[in-house]
Design a protein around this ligand. Structure first.
Ligand SMILES: Cc1cc2nc3c(=O)[nH]c(=O)nc-3n(C[C@H](O)[C@H](O)[C@H](O)COP(=O)(O)OP(=O)(O)OC[C@H]3O[C@@H](n4cnc5c(N)ncnc54)[C@H](O)[C@@H]3O)c2cc1C
Length: 539
């Protein structure tokens, strides 16, 4: 397909997920067109956390350093402070020493970063635009689509030129956060709670706020008062930009109804010189779509999962969707994928999203009992007792989503029609603790290869067959099977006993997205069957 009104892949939505999909397709040389209704300017801060897994994708895309430079400086403290106010009582401090700094970590080559969408989305936009096969069309609204025998026919409104157009595409991927007609047309139903609470997000400028209180310089302050866990104050650029988050509970309240100066005085103290930049009302949900794909139409990102920002998972999970579907679309267009490969997208990603939504929602449960909370700001012994109880509860119940390596690196694709299980039990599930494993379905684990290269740097383009312990000679039948099915596969022999031990088997097959498809100590009896399974030709 070619020409202005035809594209192999039409992406709706130029948020981080649509841009990541466009970039990953562009990297693979796949033609695609992205339509975004706005002009792409980010006016208001949303996601801050670019977690380690997303940073690993950024490393693959060659933008990790740019992301590191754009966000909060690496030496900025990332502990989480719970207090009654910056001028009030300290309740708890969650220490997160490994989340900042430069020291290499054993489990990932890329430390989680804080880079707000104010800075992150433009980097993604520049990356996507750098590929000649990617066309980004801003001020273009997607209106509707009809399914045809060989794809979809989409109605687009070019807002800049006030012109309506038709674009024919083989595949349509809606990354439009549930606000376009695609989810409705697919009859998507949301599992979960459509409204947990209403919120106002206040974008503020306050220079070096940390010099104006005694709670210490850090990126996160959560405030508690007699009503429970209240507003939060989140640092955005390591200097002067902050996001003050306020829940209005079950009541939808307009920004004009809120007395912000009084709130700022209550939680930050008197005489804080602030500039209010903008206010964004948003709704906290806890939902996963029941349908992620139908025929040649797919949904990704906030269009299929929405939850509380607790733990900072939303954008990161959406980028995981984009990475999962990009290579599958590319393989299908290259002609070597079977039908189960695209079908595996929803099967693999939906359970990951369900788990993230569950964990992010748990962090929303009310804090402490009303009788204890009543004394949280009281002076004296009774107040001290209440604050100790609340602080203990916070440390016991509220910290796990703040250290979430188990979720971020330990997610796995199971079940999946394109993964060959090896019968070994999975590591114990944990939100915070990540247990490296090369068990099929898992993210192939990181180990340093020397000279700053990680095992993860081997993955991202073709399938890779890792051979340990002299197993390269046993790989020829698998390589021949892949060749006969036109599946791009590269053999990499690694002569390092520590990495061999980490991967546990002599032969490990890793997919283009860096997840393990299969592993064993010897080649399978039927290598063609293995190749057919991982390329989605066996249901
Ligand atoms: C207060 C807050 C804090 C958050 N903090 C974090 C965090 O720390 N970490 C994290 O990972 N996530 C966080 N999130 C969530 C994160 O912002 C979203 O998950 C992320 O932006 C989703 O990306 P997306 O590309 O799916 O959707 P969006 O970013 O919403 O982008 C969708 C795009 O589609 C466009 N669009 C919609 N309809 C059409 C149409 N018909 N035609 C053309 N274009 C269309 C929209 O204009 C929009 O640009 C937070 C969210 C909020 C509200």
């Amino acid at each position: 397909m070619s020409g202005a009104d035809e594209t192999p892949v039409l992406i709706v939505g130029g948020g981080p997920v649509g841009l990541a999909l466009a970039a990953d397709l562009g990297r693979r040389g796949i033609d695609c067109t992205l339509v975004e209704q706005s002009d792409g300017t980010i006016y208001h801060p949303r996601a801050n956390t670019v977690n380690s897994r997303t940073m690993e994708f950024c490393r693959r895309w060659g933008i990790a350093e740019e992301v590191r430079q754009a966000g909060t400086p690496p030496d900025f403290p990332l502990d989480i402070v719970f207090c009654t106010g910056l001028a009030g009582y300290l309740l708890a401090r969650v220490e997160r020493p490994t989340y900042g700094g430069h020291k290499p970590l054993p489990t990932t080559p890329e430390r989680s970063q804080r880079c707000n969408q104010l800075f992150f989305d433009p980097i993604m936009r520049k990356l996507a635009a750098s590929f000649p096969s990617v066309r980004l069309r801003y001020r273009c609204r997607f209106e509707s689509f009809t399914e045809t025998a060989d794809g979809v026919q989409c109605q687009i409104h070019d807002l800049a030129n006030q012109r309506r157009e038709t674009i024919k595409a083989r595949f349509l991927v809606a990354c439009c956060a549930g606000r376009s007609s695609v989810p409705q047309a697919l009859g998507v139903r949301w599992e979960g709670q459509p409204v947990l609470s209403y919120h106002l997000n206040v974008f503020l400028k306050i220079k070096e706020l940390w010099n104006r209180h005694d709670k210490g310089k850090t990126a996160f302050y959560f405030f508690v008062d007699e009503a429970g866990l209240g507003p939060s104050l989140i640092e955005l650029d390591g200097n002067e930009l902050w996001r003050f988050g306020l829940s209005t509970g079950q009541k939808l309240i307009a920004p004009e109804e809120v007395n912000f100066p009084a709130l700022i005085e209550k939680f930050m103290g008197p005489d804080i010189p602030y500039e209010l930049i903008s206010i964004l009302p948003w709704t906290c949900r806890s939902v996963v779509a029941d349908t992620w794909q139908r025929g040649n139409v797919f949904l990704a990102g906030d269009a299929v999962h929405q939850h509380s920002p607790s733990g900072g998972f939303g954008m990161n999970t959406g980028l995981g969707d984009a990475v999962d579907i990009a290579w599958k679309l590319a393989a299908t267009m290259a002609g070597w994928a079977g039908p189960a490969l695209l079908e595996s997208y929803e099967i693999e990603r939906k359970p990951v999203a369900r788990r993230i939504v569950r964990e992010a929602t748990e962090g929303q449960a009310p804090l402490a009992d009303a009788a204890t909370l009543a004394h949280v700001r009281a002076p004296g012994v009774e107040g001290d007792r209440a604050r100790r109880a609340i602080g203990d509860e916070i440390l016991r119940e509220r910290t796990k989503v703040f250290v979430s390596d188990g979720l971020v690196l330990g997610y796995r694709y199971e079940p999946s029609p394109v993964i060959m299980p090896d019968g070994t039990p999975p590591p114990a599930e944990s939100v915070s603790r990540y247990t490296p494993t090369a068990r099929p379905g898992s993210r192939a684990p990181h180990a340093w290869l020397g000279q700053g290269r990680s095992t993860l740097d081997l993955f991202g383009d073709d399938f890779v067959l890792l051979a340990f312990d002299g197993a390269a000679g046993d790989a020829s039948a698998i390589l021949a099977a892949a060749r006969s099915r036109r599946v791009p596969l590269k053999l990499v022999a690694i002569d390092d006993p520590a990495i061999a031990k980490l991967y546990e088997r002599r032969l490990v097959l890793v997919r283009p997205d860096g997840h393990v498809s299969w592993r064993a100590d010897a080649p399978p009896d039927d290598p063609l069957r293995l190749v057919d399974r991982v390329r989605g030709a066996i249901h």
